[in-house]
Structure formats: C-alpha cells, structure tokens
Design a protein around this ligand. Structure first.
Ligand code: MEV
Length: 434
C-alpha cells in the first residue's frame, strides 16, 4: 500500500477503495449503506469508539425472561450470534425457578494492576523504603480515586515483588483495586501510570548512583482476576428431574450429569467445551451490557487452569439425594463508565434489569452461564445436542433460501423428525419450487 493511508480517507472514499480493491459489486456496496444506521447523534458518537468505520454490524438483542436470582426476577438481555443460546438459558431458568431459582453471591471483587520495572538494587534495600513509597504512590493517585472511594472502592493493597531470579533487576509493583461499580480498566491504568512516574521520582530522590534510575517497562491492569469471583448455585431433590429427564429415571439423569461434569474435571478436551458452553451465556450478557468479553474470557479460562490443569468451572454434589450444581467464575464487570453510558442499547439493557450494581450484574451473568451449561449437559446426556440446534438451524436455512410462508409450513412438516442439513433443505425447496 506504500504511503497510502486508509485512515485519511473519508467514509465514501474508504468504501470506494474497498470496492475497487476487493472487487465488490454494486449490491455489495449497497450493503455498507443499508446497514449504516444514520438514526441519531448517539450513533454518530458511537462511531468514535472504533476507527475506520464504514458501516454498522448488527446482532440480535434478545431477552431471556424471568430468571429468579436471589429471589428476585430479572429479564436478562442477551446479544449472541449463536442459535439456541437464549432458548437454552430461558429453558433452564424455567426449570430452576420452580426450585427456588439461582442463589448467587460475589465472593470478592479485587482487580490487580501491575507496574513492571527494572532497578539495579537489592530487594532488601527496596523493602526498607516500602512504607514510604506506598504513602507517596497513594498520594499521587488520590485525586483520581476520590469518587471511587466515595462508592466504597479504592486501593486495597500494594505489594512489591522480587523477580530478579527470573530476569536480572526486574521487580513488580502489584496494586489491588476495588473499582466499585466500574469495570475500572481505564482508572486502573491511569493510576498505574501516575504511580510509575512517582516511583521513578522516589527512586531518584531517595537513592544514589545507578540506583537512582528506575526503568519502568510497562504499567497495565491484569485480566487475571482470581480475586474477583462470583458464585451461582442451583439445587433440587434428584427426584425433581422427573419433569425433564424424559424416559430416563431421575437418579440416572443425575448420575450421568455428574459423570459429564467429572470428565470436564480432568480431560482438557472436554473441559474447554464445557466452559465454552458457560461463556455462551456469560458473553451474551456481557455484549448486551457493553462489558469487555475478551478480558472476561481470558480471565475465566486462566482461572480454570489455575490449579495446574485446565478444569471445569462448575462443580457438582449429589449427597443426600440433593443435586447441587455450582459455577465459580471470575467476572470483572462494570455498570458505569465506558459503553454503559454511550450505547443506547446498553442503557436499555440496564433499564430492563432495573439498573443492577456491578455485584448484581456479576450474579446475573454467572447465573446465565450456569443456566446455559445446565441446558447443554442436559441435552448432551439425553437426546443429544443436535435435536435442539437443528430446529434453529432449520429456521436459519429457511431465511437463507428465502422460503415463503407456504413453503415454510411444508418444510417444517417434512423435517419435523429428520436430520437437517443444508443440502437436504436445498434439495427439498428445489423440489417444491419445480
Ligand atoms: C455449543 O455452543 C456449546 C456446547 O458444546 C457446550 C457443551 O458441550 O457443554 C453444547
């Protein structure tokens, strides 16, 4: 592309360029405009959240109705590209609501930021100064944190770590933050960078010779959040599974369910898929509420591997004929800041849920994750996953082939008890149309 700068082109020029470069026809070019929402100033502002915007990308905004979580009902907005995720969450909620619903609690809500620095001194020397350094660093960020402190957040701990055995001269400052209702990535990074500058100044003033020079490598929050944990649990009498176990005896259903979970406790191939099913639900809530699903996924999967092997995020207990199923997952979520004020659909999502606090949103997202996982395992150990998926797959194919109402009736009837495949649906539609 030489010196050419795509970002310098205006929207029309960008589209024209893509048209030529990617050989797009006029129908393709129309799509840029057809999906470009010009409705309001808000959307114009939203375009500033990314770069080189040429159109908008839409995903369905759905609602999983009536989840009972800690005895309160929530209609939960979910944004997902995957068929059956919303239906699975809703069907699990329908079952568990009758058994008292989901019981959820935030166990802790601490996020960690790191200042990585090189310093040519002994850790013992640094340690002697730690109380004074902490006081100076705290002071350097006091103005940034005053609002957060009013909401119960702030810096909860600071520690210096010696990694010189791994890399000569390399130390780390770890700062533990409680960011109240904000996810807090921005405020944490702002504080860390201010602390890094103060740390350098402190070293310059309080040491002599080469030790005056502290080289800050980088300052950034960590997306590993093992102290930002939420737990959601469902439980029922094993006999209650009669309602959903079909031809299977309820105790056989519970035993098979337990085995499926136990496999995900030692077999990484199964564990990753098991946890992916949990994130089907969690990510959909995060997208609907403008939260950072990449950070949450990274944190969740690393937590799943925190004991040395990657494991299921859920645990199961069948003692005393009671089925007790729990999800424990790190979720660093926010209900203020970022997209939560900018995006009209995100604002609406929060209103639908009666403006939950960050703690409540964590409880909601974890409960939806547990619901999705429950539905997936229930299907897998009974009728198989494809039966449910196929219904949605068929609906998608009806769209793809532009089936009219009369064709839809015939196709749905024909495929009611048959395996759905693209080729077979295409052949059947062709036979209807000739
Ligand atoms: C598909 O999106 C999710 C599942 O694979 C989850 C699982 O296997 O537990 C069905």
């Amino acid at each position: 592309m030489g010196n050419f700068s795509f970002s310098k082109l205006n929207r029309e020029q960008k589209i024209k360029y893509l048209g030529v470069y990617s050989n797009l026809d006029s129908d393709d070019l129309d799509v840029f405009d057809n999906y470009w929402y010009k409705g309001s100033e808000t959307y114009k502002n939203l375009e500033n959240i990314s770069e080189n915007v040429v159109s908008h990308h839409m995903l369905p905004f759905s609602v999983a109705p009536g989840f009972i979580i800690n005895k309160k009902a929530y209609h939960i907005p979910m944004v997902t590209d995957e068929s059956s995720v919303v239906a699975s969450a809703a069907s699990a909620a329908k079952f568990w609501n009758k058994k008292g619903g989901f019981v959820a609690r935030v166990k802790s809500k601490i996020k960690i930021g790191q200042v990585h620095f090189n310093w040519p001194g002994k850790f013992s020397l640094l340690q002697k100064q730690v109380p004074q350094i902490k006081a100076v660093l705290k002071l350097s960020v006091a103005s940034f944190l005053s609002n957060m402190e009013k909401r119960g957040g702030g810096i909860k701990e600071m520690e210096f770590l010696d990694f010189t055995q791994k890399i000569p001269d390399y130390f780390q400052l770890r700062v533990h933050f409680d960011t109240a209702d904000a996810m807090g990535a921005n405020i944490i990074n702002t504080c860390l960078e201010a602390m890094a500058t103060s740390l350098k100044d402190f070293m310059y003033v309080h040491f002599t010779g080469p030790q005056q020079h502290c080289d800050v490598l980088m300052s950034i929050l960590s997306n590993y959040t093992p102290r930002c944990i939420v737990e959601s649990t469902v439980s029922c009498d094993i006999n209650d599974f009669k309602q959903i176990s079909g031809d299977m005896a309820p105790e056989v259903f519970a035993k098979r369910f337990k085995q499926a979970v136990n496999i995900a406790e030692f077999d990484v191939f199964r564990a990753v898929t098991h946890n992916k099913g949990i994130f089907n639900g969690i990510d959909a809530v995060l997208l609907a509420t403008g939260n950072d699903f990449r950070a949450t996924e990274a944190g969740g999967h690393s937590f799943a591997a925190s004991k040395g092997t990657y494991k299921s995020l859920t645990s199961i207990d069948l003692s005393d004929n009671i089925f007790k199923y729990t999800l424990q997952v790190p979720l660093a979520l926010g209900t203020v800041g970022g997209l939560t004020t900018l995006h009209p659909m995100v604002r609406l999502a929060f209103k639908i849920m009666n403006k939950p606090s960050a703690d409540v949103l964590m409880q909601i997202a974890a409960s939806v994750g547990l619901a999705n996982n429950f539905s997936a395992i229930r299907a897998l150990i009974t009728c198989g996953i494809q039966k449910g998926h196929m219904k949605f797959h068929l609906q998608n194919l009806l769209q793809v082939f532009g089936a009219n109402e009369a064709e839809k009736v015939q196709i749905l009837r024909f495929f009611r008890n048959k395996t759905v495949s693209y080729a077979e649906v295409e052949a059947f539609i062709r036979s209807l149309r000739t």
